[in-house]
Design a protein around this ligand. Structure first.
Ligand SMILES: [Ca+2]
Ligand SMILES: [Ca+2]
Length: 157
């Protein structure tokens, strides 16, 4: 009597456990699928913020250069540790360990190359189209393609 009343165990129970496990895995897969785009978006936004901060630093360095030299640098490299212009008192960007890193890129104080968060060099001109009386600086943005300051490019104007 006691034996027949016990809860059945064995095949049926273990099969149910596998279904539970598969359900949990499926739910996790769905959650990852839902979270991945949000994580990607957050990562891209962080890179945009970093690049905007870099552009702001470059603007400040250009202003400091102008205060000393009386004109804006013709290239961003003139903000580095060596300058020949009269009145030059740089570096206006503090490179670490020399002007260039192993890749030949000018580096920030932190030792990072003078490139945006996606590894592209900045577009710069002291003959500005947009920010007149100053300089035009922009990053190619997440697509790493020069869109002339449109599309996803991150600009200082
Ligand atoms: Ca672009
Ligand atoms: Ca584009």
């Amino acid at each position: 009597m006691k034996k027949t009343m016990s809860f059945p165990k064995g095949k049926g129970r273990s099969a149910f456990t596998i279904i539970e496990l598969m359900t949990v895995i499926a739910i996790i897969a769905v959650l990852i699928g839902l979270l991945a785009p949000a994580l990607n978006k957050a990562r891209t936004e962080a890179k945009k913020q970093k690049t905007r901060a870099q552009i702001a630093s470059l603007e400040i360095a250009c202003s400091m250069f102008h205060t000393d030299v009386g004109s804006y640098p013709s290239t961003l490299f003139e903000l580095g540790p060596t300058g020949t212009a009269a009145g030059w008192q740089g570096p206006y960007l503090e490179p670490k360990g020399g002007e260039f890193n192993d890749d030949g890129d000018m580096v920030w104080e932190t030792g990072e190359a003078l490139v945006d968060a996606w590894g592209s060099t900045f577009s710069y001109t002291n003959a500005p189209t947009y920010k007149t009386q100053f300089v035009d600086i922009y990053s190619y943005g997440p697509d790493k393609t020069n869109d002339s300051g449109t599309d996803d490019d991150i600009v200082n104007w």
